[in-house]
Design a protein around this ligand. Structure first.
Ligand SMILES: [Zn+2]
Length: 350
């Protein structure tokens, strides 16, 4: 791996400084796509071919929406995915589904069970990546649910150890990423939200990441996204992770946890959440500029990636779009201020 971010700088980038703007992954689905799914579930008249066409159209539309917002690295908003564990479990050998379990309120989650050895039977995201890369002008990032989260959010009826299961799944994630890289992918994000709730397992996640990056060629950017937890319990240990970027949610907590990372020791690039995905209030460009400057207290501009706190799929679509548009404008303004010297590389006004 290398931390080579310059490959993601667009040819027409307007400023000398470059704050890489991207998203965490998920995006609200168009209302018509959800309607199409219902039709496909209920009616043979809306057949697999019609459904595939609908999903392709949604993927094309949302990738374009990301590009029109000006993002440097885009994705398709996970239009092909319903849920972050189930999508993968349906493609991994050894999993079974026994029906939905209640998770909170009136929400249900079809928590899968591992009933035998997990196996890699087919590519998981190759179709998603190849389609998106084909329709996108900008580079495409591929978010993948990490093995620790896949193991933690499944029933284990085969291994008797979540740790062993996580390592076996990490080897499969490694195989999937090797295939994605062969198809052209250069920016992979491992999502490990489960680590936020069980931070004492940071060494297990570290071992998973070592397995994930084994044998990958240079020039593949590996990010790790962890959200809604106490980061002090996985830091400084995460400095030893074999990652190029650590992506955090901090706008939601008004940067109260930023002090965990300040000082001279933070090693990976920082992927900083600068808009809150839990409020429908659209942050102003000025407000987001201030959030970006918080990130400059941790890393210099050439190591700062700008993104929303987390996936935006639960927001109304117009709100999601507006937040991302304002985020990109704010990043370009901060670059401009860095170029002119109006703020220094530590985010301070000069
Ligand atoms: Zn998240």
């Amino acid at each position: 791996m290398t931390g080579d971010r310059e490959r993601f700088r667009p040819a027409d980038h307007p400023n000398d400084h470059f704050l890489l703007t991207t998203v965490v992954g998920s995006y609200p689905k168009p209302t018509w796509l959800n309607r199409a799914r219902d039709l496909h579930d209920d009616s043979s008249a809306f057949d697999d071919e019609a459904w595939d066409e609908a999903v392709d159209d949604a993927s094309r539309l949302i990738t374009g929406e990301h590009e029109r917002a000006g993002l440097d690295v885009v994705c398709d908003g996970e239009m092909r995915r319903e849920e972050m564990v189930e999508f993968f479990a349906r493609r991994i050998g050894g999993y079974e589904f026994n029906g939905p379990v209640k998770v909170w309120g009136h929400n249900y989650f079809d928590k899968p069970s591992v009933v035998s050895e997990v196996t890699y039977d087919e590519p998981w995201l190759r179709e998603e990546y190849e389609f998106t890369a084909d329709v996108a002008e900008r580079p495409v990032k591929v978010p993948i649910t990490g093995p620790y989260t896949l193991a933690s959010w499944s029933f284990d009826e085969a291994y008797g150890s979540d740790e062993t299961l996580a390592y076996e799944l990490a080897d499969l994630v490694n195989e999937e990423i090797a295939g994605l890289v062969a198809a052209g992918a250069r920016y992979i994000q491992i999502d490990e939200p489960a680590l936020a709730t069980t931070p004492d397992d940071h060494a297990v996640v570290g071992e998973c990441l070592e397995r994930i990056v084994t044998g990958l060629p240079d020039g593949v950017r590996i990010g790790l996204h962890v959200c809604y937890g106490d980061y002090s319990r996985i830091y400084p240990e995460l400095n030893d992770y074999p990652i190029d970027e650590f992506d955090v949610e901090l706008a939601n907590g008004d940067y109260d946890q930023l002090d965990v990372f300040t000082g001279d020791d933070f090693e990976p690039d920082l992927g900083l959440g600068v808009v809150d995905v839990h409020t429908t209030d659209v942050e102003s460009v000025t407000e987001i500029e201030a959030n970006i400057r918080e990130g400059l207290r941790v890393v210099p501009p050439e190591n700062l990636t700008v993104s929303p706190d987390c996936g935006v799929k639960l927001l109304p679509r117009e709100v999601a779009r507006s937040k991302i548009e304002n985020m990109v404008r704010a990043a370009r303004n901060v670059e401009n201020d860095l170029d002119s010297g109006a703020i220094d590389a530590g985010g301070r006004t000069t």
